[in-house]
Design a protein around this ligand. Structure first.
Ligand code: URA
Length: 240
């Protein structure tokens, strides 16, 4: 987007707009290799702006994306133990990215990543109670009394869980499947809840986060969120 040079210098934190205008007038600012003059506009993503011989630091553009995390990747950008990280799946992006919350090494599915640290922190804050739905596969037959317990609340070592929602219950061979929707986000919560009622989890996939679903995003692939999706998430994150 084209903006007045003095505004771009001010946004980069170099000077006030008025001061920046003076710099432009005195020939301290170059635009694409030529001395700039008052009234010029530029697009910092495309144009080269140099002040006193030094390139203007590029304003970091905020990026918001959704990844379909495969099993076997840690939700960090850098793992001291040398395991595969989700960063390796989004190498096309140069920016530093923060995961919004976390999925276990052996959990797959929808993970949001962004370089907007405030947004990541706000969304992950428990007070926002964002709904997350997990596809759960358990060993053995699903037992309705146990499912009911998951819905009502389960006592874990860090306290009682809030009511959850169950749907899509079905069985295939020696496994049972269901969708579990929770608003909390404690460490390993779904696995611990299921274990507590006697269901050992053999596969866990997050299939939705708030209004977002994976859609046809293949495993290991990511996509940028649309402007509308980002705006809706920001609204959720700003709720008191
Ligand atoms: N609950 C879990 O147990 N693990 C996850 O990765 C996410 C939710």
């Amino acid at each position: 987007m084209q903006q007045r040079l003095q505004k771009l210098l001010a946004q980069a934190g170099l000077a006030s707009r008025r001061e920046a205008e003076k710099w432009i007038e005195s020939g301290r600012v170059m635009l694409n290799g030529a001395v700039a003059s008052i009234g010029m506009s530029a697009d910092p993503a495309v144009d080269e702006i140099v002040v006193d011989g030094r390139p203007l630091p590029r304003a970091e553009q905020h990026r918001y994306l959704m990844l379909n995390k495969p099993v076997g990747y840690v939700t960090t950008m850098n793992d001291p133990e040398g395991r595969q990280t989700v960063r390796e799946l989004v190498t096309a992006l140069p920016e530093r990215l923060y995961p919004v919350g976390r999925l276990d090494l052996t959990t797959e599915g929808l993970l949001l990543l962004t370089n907007d640290g405030d947004f990541a922190q706000q969304l992950a804050h428990p007070r926002h109670q964002i709904e997350k739905t997990y596809l759960v596969r358990v060993r053995g037959k699903v037992d309705y009394a146990m499912l009911r317990q998951l819905e009502v609340g389960v006592m874990l070592e860090d306290g009682m869980t809030a009511p959850a929602r169950i749907d899509g219950v079905r069985s295939t061979g020696s496994h049972g499947w269901f969708n579990l929707t929770i608003r909390e986000g404690r460490n390993r919560q779904v696995r611990r809840m299921c274990e507590a009622v006697g269901f050992p989890v053999s596969r866990l996939k997050r299939i939705s986060y708030a209004f977002l679903t994976l859609g046809d995003l293949a495993e290991g692939q990511w996509r940028e969120l649309t402007r509308d999706e980002v705006a809706r998430l920001k609204k959720l994150a700003q709720r008191a």
